[in-house]
Design a protein around this ligand. Structure first.
Ligand code: GLV
Length: 314
């Protein structure tokens, strides 16, 4: 059997694949080009992908009829055309669960950073600018008693809600499953809005110009979900116009690019897609992808299948 892995994986997580067949790991320390991806998957029985690998009909055709599994090393799977994978007779899997705490922790880190001006203060200290404590110096805003609006109440949204409650926040949510309050009400009444929905055709640019206008001028937006859920140009405009107070972003519309107008703003915290980036979590994510390969190629059930009906192309 042939197993193709599009990026090197951490630790010795590949050990369970020994004896299953030929394992080929991309020699490139970067995302593959579409042509490299098509060449790499040719004749594969299973492919382990990352969120950079777009798997659609072209890649499936290049893989050929042996392909039984596309194991994405991410919780989000907007890079996979799950309907096409299913139609090809293969299974798609992701790595939910194991990255919930890491992503929820980063969400709180971003929320605290942007509201307490941590990165801004760090930049100031490093710049050598003279500073001294005074009663009004670099004031931020507290979280206690404030309303956090969570958009998308899956496992990560719920984990953020638990943390927010511990910080004394009032939590409301909006979910595509119909629980919680309406999106407009959430946007217009929340002091902080945090995004935890998947990227789908329905959520692309969910936070657009009109949504940003609904937010309070004192509100902050946090995005640790997927970049295209936010219209980045509209966000940059809203921040420059003072329509919202600030934003903290871990994901971008066209990674690794960041809208140039965001870079100059001190009330914006920008991290490079670190949601799941702890060594424990990344190792567990890789291990789940590998376990899915072992399960499917030995005739068993995948651990974390993506239901074709639950997925939508983005
Ligand atoms: C990372 O962004 C993931 O979706 O797992």
């Amino acid at each position: 059997m042939n197993i193709f892995i599009t990026r090197e994986l951490p630790g010795d997580v590949l050990a369970p694949l020994a004896g299953l067949g030929a394992v080929a790991v991309s020699p490139h320390d970067r995302p593959l080009t579409p042509a490299e991806l098509r060449a790499g998957v040719a004749g594969a029985d299973a492919v382990i992908t990352t969120l950079h690998d777009r798997v659609g009909p072209d890649v499936l055709a290049a893989a050929g009829p042996r392909l039984r599994l596309v194991a994405n090393t991410a919780a989000g799977y907007d890079n996979l055309d799950v309907a096409a994978i299913t139609a090809h007779g293969a299974i798609a899997t992701n790595t939910p669960g194991v990255l919930v705490d890491a992503t929820a922790d980063l969400t709180m880190a971003l929320l605290l950073d942007v509201t307490r001006r941590v990165s801004e203060g760090d930049r100031l200290v490093r710049s050598g600018t003279p500073w001294l404590w005074d009663i009004g110096f670099l004031l931020g805003t507290g979280l206690q008693g404030r309303r956090l609006g969570i958009v998308g109440m899956g496992a990560i949204g719920r984990a953020v809600a638990v943390r927010a409650a511990a910080f004394g926040m009032e939590v409301v949510h909006h979910s595509r499953r119909g629980t919680g309050i309406g999106l407009d009400e959430l946007l217009s009444t929340s002091d902080f809005v945090s995004l935890h929905c998947p990227l789908t055709a329905q959520t692309r640019h969910l936070i657009d110009e009109a949504a940003l206008r609904r937010m309070k001028p004192t509100a902050y937006l946090v995005n640790t979900a997927r970049g295209p859920v936010v219209d980045e140009a509209a966000l940059a405009r809203a921040l420059h116009a003072g329509e919202i107070a600030g934003a903290a972003l871990d994901v971008y519309e066209d990674e690794p690019k960041v809208h140039a107008d965001l870079l100059a703003l001190d009330n914006v915290v920008l991290t490079p897609h670190l949601g799941s980036a702890t060594s424990e979590t990344r190792t567990r994510m890789a291990a789940v992808a590998v376990e899915n390969v072992v399960a499917v190629l030995t005739g068993g059930e995948p651990l974390t299948p993506i239901s074709p009906s639950a997925s939508e192309k983005s």
